[in-house]
Design a binder for this molecule. Structure first.
Ligand code: GLN
Length: 543
């Protein structure tokens, strides 16, 4: 059995199409099916690695090293599964394959055309994702209906429906605004969206009515009549306080079984108990823990910020809830600490400080000031990627006496390149080969027995996902270790430093990788969990 559910958006982007797709996956999984998800991104970029995180949101890295859209993170978290590059495509990637095929004479001298060759390649990719291991594939088409950009993805979906009508269903996630001067929910934009979908030959099986309010009976009736979707298949999806409630919310209206019926299959079981327990845990977590996320992509307001660091934020939440805590997360712009270095003292009100990944030199000195404060004031510190590199720089400068120590990313002429660029990466930069050339995806890490990291993992070997170009310079390893910053994780093949930690500190740990890509709602990442435990202890001291 292989069934396909396409999720498309109407009216507005950013209304939770990704989380809805992921929740649908979680529902099917709870009904006993093997589920995978595919994101079709309309961008011409070959991958998300070259996109600005402020504009596009987080670059989510898969185990096999693909740089993808943040929605892939939602799928992995909700489905509790690892996805790979076959689960992600962009317009650029699709065209790249078709053009390569054409150059290799794979079309046997035919005229290669946008239609059917592009949709055919899209279909091939959808079908190839997790071949033979999956019952249901959820395909989220980026953008909204009525745009030029995603039209070929919709065409592929239409063609699939035509080929195997019983195996394909469509979900339209649409927005129903409540204009403040009217105070009532409006269905008209969604009517237009449903018609736009009809005009490309697709009819929605289900409409997910997103909005600030719950869809009421009169509006449900209106949607049903004007969109031609049965009343009981217009599903209310009002805003909720936690995205992890959405699978339960959608199941209140029996969404899973309705779609399964359309796909001509019966549920094998239904077990939403783990989600119910998890949501109960979130609701019961009352005692707060105050965490500062110190970084630089903070200039454009909280909305985009949350998108740029979504996996970090979710990981902090998973860990906090696991410890029965309510996560109280704050964004702190590192640039503030540059203008006035004494202003770091405001970090003393936090129970933990986290520095996430980043690129470039803006805000770096401010971050270094913040890390110094965390180290000297014994505030739990967790540095991810750049956060680890900068912790090494801070320690080199202020403890090991290596004045001017830096990353060559920030200062190529630094007297102490504690963070360096290997010759291969230097060549990539020189030749402007930026796309997919970082150290990407999963690499092994051997852990030092007795270290905080190995205790947290409960293991001496782990695999973690990477996305960086620069790395720790091993010629400084001894100098830093002698002063107390120990290397407790290395990649066995390359001897690259993966984890550093401070001996005499409640929790001060930096990782060259991105643990946030492996945290799952009901299985927080061990290092986030250890960081949160330390922050919780600090919180208890505050009373
Ligand atoms: N800019 C650093 C590097 O490229 C860190 C990258 C990151 O934090 N993801 O090595």
């Amino acid at each position: 059995m292989r069934k396909y559910v396409f999720v498309v958006g109407g009216v507005l982007s950013g209304v939770g199409k990704g989380v809805t797709s992921a929740s649908l996956g979680a529902i099917f999984k709870a009904k006993g099916f093997r589920v995978t998800a595919v994101k079709a991104d309309p961008y011409v970029n070959v991958d998300a690695g070259t996109m600005n995180p402020i504009e596009h949101g987080e670059v989510y890295v898969t185990r096999d090293g693909d740089e993808t859209d943040q929605d892939m993170g939602n799928y992995e978290r909700f489905l509790d599964t690892d996805l790979g590059s076959e689960n992600y495509m962009t317009t650029g990637r699709v065209y790249q394959t078709v053009i390569q095929n054409e150059r290799a004479m794979k079309y046997g001298g035919k005229c290669v055309q946008v239609v059917p060759h592009i949709p055919e390649e899209i279909m091939r990719r959808i079908k190839a994702a997790d071949q033979n291991k999956t019952d249901i594939t959820i395909i989220e088409i980026g953008g909204t209906v009525g745009e030029y950009e995603n039209i070929l993805f919709l065409e592929a979906a239409r063609m699939m429906k035509l080929q195997t009508p019983d195996d394909v269903a469509f979900v339209l996630v649409s927005y129903l605004p409540v204009p403040s001067h009217l105070g009532e929910m409006k269905t008209k934009p969604t009517q237009h969206a449903a018609r736009a979908l009809n005009s490309v030959g697709i009819h929605a099986n289900v409409i997910i009515a997103r909005g600030p309010l719950e869809l009421d009976a009169p509006r449900r009736e209106k949607l049903a009549i004007h969109c031609g979707v049965p009343r009981d298949r217009c599903i209310a999806a009002p805003d909720v306080d936690s995205i992890y409630r959405i699978p339960l919310l959608l199941e209140k209206e029996d969404l899973g079984n309705k779609l399964l019926q359309d796909l001509d299959v019966k549920p094998r079981t239904t077990d939403l108990a783990p989600w119910k327990t998890f949501v109960g845990r979130i609701q019961r977590a009352k005692r707060d823990v105050r965490i500062a996320v110190v970084g630089k992509y903070f200039g454009t307001g909280e909305f985009t910020l949350a998108d740029s660091y979504i996996s970090v934020i979710e990981s902090l939440k998973h860990a906090a809830w696991f410890h029965g805590r309510r996560p109280d997360l704050h964004w702190v712009s590192a640039e503030d600490f540059e203008k006035d270095s004494t202003s770091v003292s405001r970090l003393s009100t936090f129970d933990g400080i986290l520095v996430p990944g980043g690129f470039g030199s803006r805000g770096i000195e401010g971050i270094v000031n913040a890390i110094r404060f965390a180290r000297e004031k014994s505030i739990p510190y967790f540095g991810l990627c750049y956060g680890m590199q900068l912790a090494c720089i801070e320690f080199a400068r202020n403890v090991a006496g290596l004045a001017g120590a830096n990353s060559v990313e920030v200062n190529p002429k630094t007297p102490h390149p504690v963070i360096q660029l290997n010759p291969l990466q230097a060549k990539n930069i020189l030749e402007q080969k930026y796309g997919a050339t970082m150290r990407l995806g999963s690499y092994g890490c051997a852990l030092k027995l007795g270290s905080k990291a190995s205790k947290a993992y409960g293991s001496q070997f782990v695999e973690e996902r990477h996305r960086h170009r620069y790395e720790f310079n091993n010629t400084y390893r001894q100098a830093l270790e002698e002063k107390g910053l120990t290397v407790v994780g290395v990649n066995p093949e390359s001897d690259l430093v993966e984890i550093v930690e401070l001996k005499d500190h409640p929790f001060f740990l930096g990782v060259q990788f991105h643990p946030e890509f492996q945290s799952r709602p009901m299985r927080p990442h061990p290092l986030f969990s250890a960081f949160m435990a330390a922050a919780g202890k600090k919180r208890n001291l505050r009373g």
